[in-house]
Ligand binder design. Structure first.
Ligand code: DGL
Length: 270
């Protein structure tokens, strides 16, 4: 029996759309209800306890849509919130950090792995912890990149100004001799072109979204929870807490499907 209830996906802003895109690609029958907390982005420099509160509000909102699972499509929210959300909810809650660590370990031959992420994710120490659980000999080099999210939210994903910031942040990681670089913030795959250019051929960029969607698929399949929508495309729903038109315009660029309507949510009510 198929389970056609939607999957809830959230991020502080538009970054989680890179995970949503991967769900659309690999699990095309699944309907997604997406929430971007665009009024409160960025989360990267916020206190972890506040990020947990925000995540709880968002999960409460998503559950009003009768979601069968939630993907925390945000590393900064996954780091402090995952254990709480799992303990407090009776549906699967999937984070992005453990899957990202698995992807990194598979991509690196030398075990020298770079992680770029928000200050919150780097401070949490979650990437080195999960990478070393799989490969204890690995050397993990983290770099907080606080200027990236505001540039991406402003749509400057290919700007000269952004290329200069990429150069500034990546220099010290390249000097460490890494052969894999985790894009440890779901916004960063939107900078893939600039990042790959800066890294050159010898460094593999790891997008945690790929392993995250594998985990989502396995989790739902294990409980007979996959959807089946036949020939019809699922009618995804989009919500944000800030300006719906800028969210819509951004989502339309990132996703392969038209985004016609975006609802605005007063998330503090949840
Ligand atoms: N996209 C988010 C992440 O994966 C964080 C962006 C932010 O709000 O700072 O960490």
């Amino acid at each position: 029996m198929a389970d056609n209830r939607p999957i809830g996906v959230f991020d502080s802003g538009v970054g989680g759309l890179t995970v949503f895109r991967e769900i659309m690609k690999k699990m095309p029958d699944e309907k997604v209800v997406y929430f971007g907390d665009t009024a409160r982005v960025p989360y990267g420099d916020r206190d972890p306890a506040q990020v947990v509160d925000f995540s709880r509000q968002i999960v409460r909102f998503l559950r009003t849509h009768n979601v069968k699972a939630v993907v925390i499509a945000c590393n900064t929210a996954t780091a402090p919130s995952l254990p709480y959300l799992r303990a407090e909810n009776d549906i699967p809650i999937i984070g992005v950090i453990q899957p990202g660590a698995r992807g990194a370990c598979a991509a690196s031959a030398s075990g020298k792995i770079g992680v770029i992420a928000t200050a919150g994710t780097i401070k949490s120490g979650q990437y080195p912890k999960h990478i070393k659980e799989i490969r204890p000999e690995a050397e993990v080099f983290g770099k907080a990149c606080p200027k990236f999210v505001p540039l991406i939210e402003a749509g400057k994903t290919h700007a000269e100004e952004t290329a200069a910031v990429v150069h500034e942040y990546l220099g010290e990681l390249k000097d460490k001799g890494i052969d894999a670089l985790v894009m440890g913030c779901t916004h960063y795959p939107l900078l893939r072109d600039l990042l790959q250019k800066e890294c050159g051929e010898g460094i593999t960029l790891v997008n945690p979204a790929e392993e995250t969607v594998k985990e989502l698929h396995e989790t739902l399949a294990a409980s007979d929870g996959l959807a089946s929508c036949g020939d019809a495309l699922p009618a995804h729903e989009y919500y944000c807490s800030g300006d719906p038109e800028s969210f819509r315009a951004f989502a339309a660029k990132v996703l392969p499907q038209e985004v016609s309507q975006v609802g605005v949510i007063d998330i503090d009510k949840y």
